[in-house]
Design a protein around this ligand. Structure first.
Ligand code: NAG
Ligand code: NAG
Length: 416
C-alpha cells in the first residue's frame, strides 16, 4: 500500500521548504502529486543524467538513497491496473523502461484519483507544449497518452507567441471546466521558449460533516502578534480525530471529506505569545516523512468531541518552478549543452523552458452535493470532554488521499 507515499511526501517537504523561504507571511498552496506526475511525464522523454536528476528530485532514485520501489510495486500495481488490451500491455512495458521511476505506479495512482466518486471533482491536467519544428517520437507520444493521458501539442512560440499563449490558456480552461482561465497573462510567454510543461489541478469536494452556514460568523484572524483581520469563521462541533505534537505545542485535526476517502489535515501551532509564525516555522523544521506519519498515526490521534473553528478560504497558487527545481538538482534539463531529451525528440537541442504549476483550492461550509450519507454512528462516551480547535492564526494543512497515504495538496494559510 502507498508505494508513492514516501517519495511524494519527501518531494512535497523539499518543495515546501524552498517555496517557504522569503515567504514568511505569504499563503502557499501547491500539489506535490500533481507536480510529481508532471515531472514523471517529462522523465519519459529524458535519458542519462537528465533522467537521473529527475529521479533524484522525486526521491525515487535508489542510488541516491531514495526508497527502493521495485518489489513493493510489483505487488501493488497489477491490482489497480485496469483491463487493457494486448497492444496496450506491450507498449506500456516499453514505456516503463526505467527501474527507478516506476511509471506504472504513477499511472495506477492517477487512475485511483480519477475515480474518487461523485462527491469529488479532482482534475489533474498535465501537458507539454513544444515549438513547431521539433518532431516528437511516436513511442513518446504513445507513452504519454497511455500513462498520463497527455497529448503534447505543437505551438509556435517564436512566430506566433500570442497564439501559443491563447492555445495553452484554452487548453487549461477546458481541462479545468473553466475554473482556471488565464494561466498565462499577455506578455508572459518567452518568445525563445521551446518546451513548456503545464500542470494544473482543480479540486472540489464535500466534507463528510458539513459546517452549517448559519453558524459561520465574523471573527478576528490573527495575522501575527500585532495585526488581525476579520474573516468568515466556520464552526461546528463534532467527533473528529485530534492529536497533539507535545514538543511543539501544536494541535492536529483531521477533517474527512466524503466517505473519508480524502482528508484535510491541519497542523495548528499553539497561539503562542511570541508570535504564531515561529510556531509555524517550528513545525516546518521538524516535518519529515517519519514525523508526519507518526503525528497522524492512530496512536497519536484520537476520536474526540471537538469544537472546530476554521476560516472559509480560497487559495490559488501559480508557480514557475524552473528556479526551485534547479536548486533541488534538476539542472541539466534546463541547460542547452546538457539536456538529454532524446527519448522525446530526435533533436539534440531540445531543452525544457518552463514548468508552470497552478493550484486552486476552496474551503467552505459544504462543497458539492454530498452522496447518500451513511448515517455516521457517533459513539457516545460518558462525560464527553469537548476540545476546542481554534484556527484563528496561521496554520499548515494538507489534503491526503487516505487509501494510498498520498499528499495531494500542501498549503500554508497566513491570511484567509
Ligand atoms: C551520459 O552522461 C555522461 C555524463 O554526463 C556522459 O559522459 C555520457 O556520454 C552520456 N551518455 C550518453 C549515451 O549520452
Ligand atoms: C520529529 O518531531 C519531534 C517533535 O515531536 C522533534 O523533536 C524531532 O526533532 C522531529 N524529527 C526531525 C527529524 O525533525
Amino acid at each position: 500500500m502507498g508505494s508513492l507515499s514516501r517519495p511524494v511526501t519527501e518531494f512535497c517537504l523539499d518543495l515546501y521548504n524552498k517555496l517557504n523561504r522569503n515567504a514568511e507571511d505569504t499563503n502557499i498552496i501547491f500539489s506535490p502529486i500533481s507536480i510529481s506526475v508532471a515531472l514523471a511525464l517529462v522523465h519519459l522523454g529524458a535519458k542519462n543524467n537528465t533522467a537521473a536528476q529527475i529521479e533524484k528530485v522525486l526521491h525515487v532514485r535508489k542510488a541516491a538513497g531514495g526508497m527502493s520501489l521495485g518489489s513493493d510495486l510489483e505487488n501493488a500495481a497489477p491490482e489497480m491496473e485496469p483491463e487493457r488490451s494486448q497492444e496496450g500491455q506491450s507498449s506500456l512495458s516499453q514505456c516503463n523502461k526505467d527501474e527507478d521511476l516506476n511509471h506504472k505506479a504513477f499511472h495506477a495512482l492517477l487512475l485511483q484519483l480519477q475515480n474518487l466518486g461523485e462527491s469529488y471533482v479532482l482534475t489533474l491536467a498535465n501537458n507539454l507544449f513544444i515549438q513547431q519544428g521539433f518532431k516528437l517520437r511516436e513511442q513518446f507520444l504513445t507513452c504519454t497518452k497511455e500513462l498520463y493521458g497527455a497529448m503534447p501539442q505543437t505551438v509556435d512560440f517564436q512566430g506566433a507567441t500570442e497564439a501559443a499563449r491563447i492555445k495553452i490558456n484554452t487548453w487549461v480552461e477546458s481541462q479545468t471546466q473553466g475554473k482556471i482561465k488565464e494561466l498565462f497573462a499577455p506578455g508572459v510567454i518567452d518568445i525563445h521558449a521551446l518546451l513548456v510543461l503545464v500542470n494544473v489541478i482543480y479540486f472540489k469536494a464535500s466534507w463528510e460533516n458539513k459546517f452549517e452556514e448559519q453558524k459561520t460568523v465574523q471573527r478576528d484572524f490573527k495575522l501575527n502578534q500585532n495585526e488581525k483581520k476579520p474573516v468568515q469563521m466556520m464552526y461546528q462541533k463534532g467527533t473528529f480525530k485530534l492529536g497533539y505534537i507535545e514538543d511543539i505545542g501544536a494541535q492536529i485535526l483531521e477533517l474527512p471529506y466524503a466517505e473519508k476517502t480524502l482528508s484535510m489535515i491541519i497542523l495548528l501551532p499553539g497561539d503562542m505569545a511570541d508570535g504564531s509564525t515561529s510556531g509555524l516555522e517550528q513545525i516546518g523544521s521538524t516535518m519529515t516523512y517519519e514525523n508526519l506519519t507518526l503525528w497522524t498515526s492512530s496512536e497519536h490521534m484520537f476520536e474526540t468531541k471537538v469544537e472546530v473553528y476554521l476560516p472559509r478560504f480560497k487559495l490559488e497558487g501559480t508557480f514557475n518552478l524552473n528556479e526551485v527545481l534547479q536548486e533541488m538538482g534538476m539542472t541539466d534539463i534546463f541547460t542547452e549543452s546538457k539536456a538529454d531529451l532524446t527519448e522525446m525528440s530526435f533533436a539534440k537541442s531540445l531543452v525544457l523552458s518552463n514548468v508552470v504549476h497552478k493550484t486552486y483550492v476552496e474551503v467552505n461550509e459544504e462543497g458539492t452535493v454530498a452522496a447518500a450519507s451513511t448515517g455516521a454512528v457517533i459513539v457516545r462516551r460518558s462525560l464527553p470532554l469537548t476540545e476546542v480547535f481554534m484556527a484563528d492564526h496561521p496554520f499548515l494543512f494538507f489534503i491526503r488521499h487516505n487509501p494510498t497515504n498520498t499528499i495531494l495538496f500542501f498549503g500554508k494559510l497566513c491570511s484567509p
